[in-house]
Design a protein around this ligand. Structure first.
Ligand code: SAH
Ligand code: DHB
Ligand code: MG
Length: 218
């Protein structure tokens, strides 16, 4: 099977099950226009995040890495009217584009974009979260995971994007900070008795990658 087939199948199923979506399509257009990199989750992946949040009944969600707000829109759509998504973004330009996209999607009442490096803005957050989506600078994934665990409750879900990266994760000798961070995260999850986890490999319009799905047991 070739990458071409993966992409065609990804497009085929998003065409079938998602189709055109004005707010999301506009969000990607605005992102492109502003010159932001196209590293948002794919439509199918975004929809999966939305479904997981709904299955879970998440009322309070924390996202690391907003970019143009594409995944934030998918996640926030799963929230009840009094729910809340806080999304952390280091780049003020990204945050500005995201705020516009979130407002266009009619979700400004339940989404807060916090500008600043996540490690600097995390201390300003209160309470626990039902769901975490970690998708910012991969080198800090061990720190983001630990913070999430410390602000979870039994049953909270932690999803970490980009943990496979075309197989780069296999390279224990790598000095690439993203790979080092991802491997450290794997070790941290493996030795953490309070969580259960799986890693799912994915192919499609964003290439060969994968995400970790973690549930906090206690
Ligand atoms: N979740 C988005 C994609 C995020 S891309 C989506 O799927 O639509 C990663 C984002 O993390 C970028 O916008 C980048 O600026 C941001 N980022 C990088 N380092 C960060 C940090 N230390 N704190 C917060 N955000 C950071
Ligand atoms: C990159 C970051 C992501 O979150 C992603 O999903 C794909 C690529 C990147 O930094 O290259
Ligand atoms: Mg990602």
């Amino acid at each position: 099977m070739t990458e071409r087939v993966w992409n065609e199948v990804d497009d085929y199923v998003s065409g079938l099950l998602i189709g055109r979506d004005e707010a999301l399509d506009k969000a990607l257009e605005a992102s492109d226009r502003a010159g932001l990199p196209p590293i948002n989750v794919s439509p199918n992946h975004g929809k999966m995040l939305n479904l997981i949040a709904r299955i879970h009944g998440a009322r309070r969600i924390l996202e690391f890495g907003t970019l143009a707000g594409y995944s934030a829109i998918w996640l926030a759509r799963a929230l009840p009217a009094d729910g809340e998504l806080i999304t952390l973004e280091a780049d003020p330009r990204h945050a500005e584009v995201a705020r516009g996209n979130i407002a266009t999607a009619g979700l400004a009442d339940r989404v807060e974009v916090k500008v600043g490096k996540a490690l600097d803005t995390l201390p300003t957050l209160d309470g626990t979260f039902d769901l975490f989506f970690i998708d910012a600078d991969k080198v800090n994934n061990p720190r983001y995971f630990q913070w999430s665990l410390d602000h979870s409750r039994p049953g909270s879900v932690i999803i970490v994007d980009n943990v496979v990266r075309g197989g780069l994760v296999l390279d224990g000798e790598s000095t690439d900070p993203s790979v080092v961070g991802t491997r450290e995260l794997g070790t941290l999850i493996a030795k953490e008795p309070r969580v259960s986890a799986a890693v799912i490999q994915t192919v499609g319009s964003k290439g060969y990658d994968g995400f970790a799905l973690v549930v906090v047991d206690s």
